[in-house]
Design a protein around this ligand. Structure first.
Ligand code: MG
Length: 203
């Protein structure tokens, strides 16, 4: 399986890094080895001094597809979860400045904690899903899927032009504004609506 991550999918987040609001989705990949499951702790790596959280809704692909039309995209996923797109911001800054690929800042081991999944049918409107992250019981980041620049269906349609989507692939759909750093001993609790989906510690 692969993990596809959408960048700059919320206007307010694009602005916080002085990035232009994109006209097309931007995506990058994380490998399977970046998955962190079952609320396991995240061990702060020694190669970064600025690991930042990005809280993102995650959709799980459940059907093989290529060149998927937007109007059919909703039949390619049935479940929505949430994850953290951990980013070594210091390494990412260096890579960007030098025009180098980003993998060391985004695709490192355990950089993708992911929750369990909720069936789409449990939501009244998947284009109006609240989510948030608490660190040590303080709200640090919140978003709503209505503020995405590109909808779940648009993302699937666009990505599948370039990459064949396979059952089990995950798509991180972008972070809202309010990203920030984590430190050792922090407790991260991640919610969809009022449901606690993920709870793990930085070690
Ligand atoms: Mg992200």
């Amino acid at each position: 399986m692969k993990i596809i991550c959408i960048g700059r999918n919320y206007k307010e987040h694009a602005k916080e890094f002085d990035n232009p609001v994109p006209e097309k989705p931007i995506f990058f990949l994380k490998p399977q080895s970046s998955l962190l499951l079952r609320n396991r702790p995240f061990f702060y790596p020694d190669y970064s001094n600025d690991i930042q959280y990005e809280t993102e809704l995650v959709i799980k692909i459940d059907k093989l597809g290529k060149n998927i039309q937007e109007k059919f995209a909703n039949t390619y996923y049935n479940e929505i979860g949430i994850g953290i797109d951990f980013t070594a911001r210091d390494l990412q800054r260096e890579c960007k400045a030098k025009g180098l690929p980003w993998e060391i800042s985004k695709a490192f081991d355990y950089s993708a904690p992911v929750s369990s999944f909720i069936p789409k049918s449990d939501f009244e409107d998947i284009n109006n899903i609240d989510f948030h992250l608490n660190i040590n019981s303080n709200l640090v980041q919140k978003g709503n899927s209505r503020n995405m620049i590109f909808s779940f269906d648009k993302i699937i349609s666009y990505v599948s032009k370039f990459l064949t989507l396979k059952t089990g692939d995950l798509i991180f759909t972008g972070t809202p504004a309010g990203v920030g750093s984590v430190k050792i001993n922090d407790l991260l609790d991640v919610f969809i609506e009022d449901r606690k989906m993920l709870s793990f510690r930085i070690k």
